[in-house]
Write a protein that binds this ligand. Sequence first.
Ligand SMILES: O=C(O)CCC(=O)C(=O)O
Length: 201
Amino acid sequence: MQGRLWEVEGELNLQDASIVIHRQYFSPLIASAYLKRLKSVSWKQEELIVFGKKHLEPRETAWYGDKEASYTYSGLTHKPKPWIPVLDEIRNDVTAIARASFNSVLANRYRDGQDGVAWHADDEFELGENPVIGSVSFGQTRRFQLRHKYEPRAVVSLDLHHGDLMVMSGGTQKFWEHQIPKIKQSITERINLTFRNINHG
Ligand SMILES: O=C(O)CCC(=O)C(=O)O
């Protein structure tokens, strides 16, 4: 069910979750410069096996981080590529506001409206209990949706714009799922970076 569209700035008032949105945390000028530099990311469209059948993920991704920050999700183990300057610079900015440290980043590139990410929570074991995740968006505005895992309710929808920063923490991943739905309209690319801390050893 489609709920109303939340145009929130600041803290989202959601049960069992802690989500803060910083609209235009990066000014349009700075965000556009980052968007350009993010072309240097080693983008790859990964293959997934779902019910024994191979599928290409409907987006391009890349995993960067400290050497030991390997991460398994959707059945794939990702060894991080070493940090590149643009990702490290953005990490510094996000660290300052999230007041958390991040040793890795999952980069997502949605090439057009036919790219998206299905309902999931970032609740993998390596992220630990109640992870802090800093999510930055560049390029095309896309709709980000949330739904509670255990209480069937309307979907919460909000638009994430060029330069927005969203910090998810507390029970967000334990109690909620999120997605970027595909859309029919013809749109250009969006890049999202989710900074994470992988616990190892
Ligand atoms: O693109 C987004 O805003 C969401 C990305 C996402 O769901 C993820 O990296 O787990």
